[in-house]
Ligand binder design. Structure first.
Ligand code: ADP
Ligand SMILES: N[C@@H](CCOP(=O)(O)O)C(=O)O
Length: 315
């Protein structure tokens, strides 16, 4: 479960005194998630998520990510807003970690999205990209191509058998993929960079809120689309669902049509997305710490996506 830093209710209540809240009546750990410590906080009037940020990169990126949620929320985009404390700050320190309070978004993620869900999720990603265009803050991708080599090299110190073969293949693909990230090549902007189904909450037939912006950064918009298609358009084994991919993309393009260069580089960006998540999942599995009670995600189904993205005629 995703509680890396246990917080007692009494500690949370003391911390939250700096926020303009009514009385806290419930404080419960949240089991989902793999990166940060999350608690659900209910007061007499509202519900929130209290997140303690565990990683150094995330801590550094916090002003960008919380600011982006605030920016998008102010433009009417469905994302829960971070709540400022009585001094107007969006984060404080709790148990030695930066911590933030974010509104609770209604809804639940779709484990088996219908085609209508795919279309809406695609549209919503395009809306995010448009609403983020005038967001002024900057953050380099914390798991962008410049980090891939270090992840691969560290993983290689433990990888054996099929893991090693996967790493060798990734090494072979990397030079061409890295070139796609030249910012002069493709339209850029604020991207979510982890737009997976578990980060898009549906409230009935509408989006209750897009959450977990903590990989948010600047990057190619079509890379974000490729990540999303890789997450939404494949089954648990990594087999493509062409209808889902087509429908998600149509939803996206109904709001923001791709430029010609984005459309032609989408399959390569799909390869890049597959490499990025294969690498982090492989690394996290090889360096898994059982004390954290988090089940590492399987890199293999993500790696299988490269076979689909290698066949551009199908997209
Ligand atoms: N603002 C929110 N509203 C409702 N649920 C949330 C919110 N933020 C997080 N959650 C819940 O907490 C879970 C873990 O959050 P997430 O940000 O994905 O954690 P991690 O960054 O550790 O992966 C989510 O899957 C969701 O169920
Ligand atoms: N979506 C990533 C891992 C990040 O997990 P999240 O719980 O923060 O969305 C993956 O599937 O590898």
């Amino acid at each position: 479960m995703a509680v890396f830093t246990p917080v007692l209710e009494v500690e949370a209540k003391a911390f939250l005194k700096a926020w303009p809240l009514s009385e806290v009546v419930e404080f419960t750990p949240i089991a989902e998630g793999v990166q940060n410590t999350n608690y659900r906080v209910r007061t007499r009037d509202a519900a929130y998520v209290l997140t303690l940020f565990e990683g150094a990169e995330e801590q550094k990126g916090l002003p960008f990510c919380l600011g982006l949620m605030q920016h998008l929320g102010a433009k009417g985009f469905a994302t829960p807003s971070p709540v400022a404390d009585l001094d107007g700050r969006l984060s404080g320190a709790l148990k030695g970690r930066p911590a933030a309070l974010v509104e609770w978004a209604a809804g639940a993620w779709r484990r088996n999205p219908t085609l209508a869900d795919q279309h809406l999720a695609g549209r919503t990603l395009a809306e995010l990209h448009l609403a983020g265009q005038d967001y002024a803050a900057r953050r380099d991708n914390p798991v962008g191509p410049s980090h891939w080599r270090a992840l691969a090299e560290r993983s290689a110190t433990r990888a054996e058998g099929s893991d090693r073969k996967m790493l060798d293949e990734i090494e072979r693909l990397m030079p061409d993929l890295v070139r796609l990230f030249d910012p002069s090549l493709l339209p850029q902007g604020a991207i979510h960079a982890d737009y997976f189904p578990d980060n898009v909450l549906f409230d009935g037939d509408r989006i209750g809120g897009v959450i977990d912006f903590y990989y948010g950064c600047n990057g190619a918009l079509v890379y974000d689309l490729a990540i999303a298609l890789s997450a939404w358009g494949f089954d648990a084994e990594g087999r493509a669902d062409p209808e889902a991919i087509k429908t998600f993309r149509q939803g996206y393009e109904s709001v923001r049509p791709l430029t010609a260069s984005e459309a032609s580089l989408l399959p390569q960006m799909g390869m890049a997305a597959a490499v990025r998540f294969t690498l982090t999942r492989l690394h996290d599995r090889l360096f898994h710490d059982p004390a954290h009670f988090v089940t590492p995600k399987d890199p293999v189904p993500f790696w299988r996506r490269t076979a689909w993205w290698n066949a551009p005629a199908l997209v």
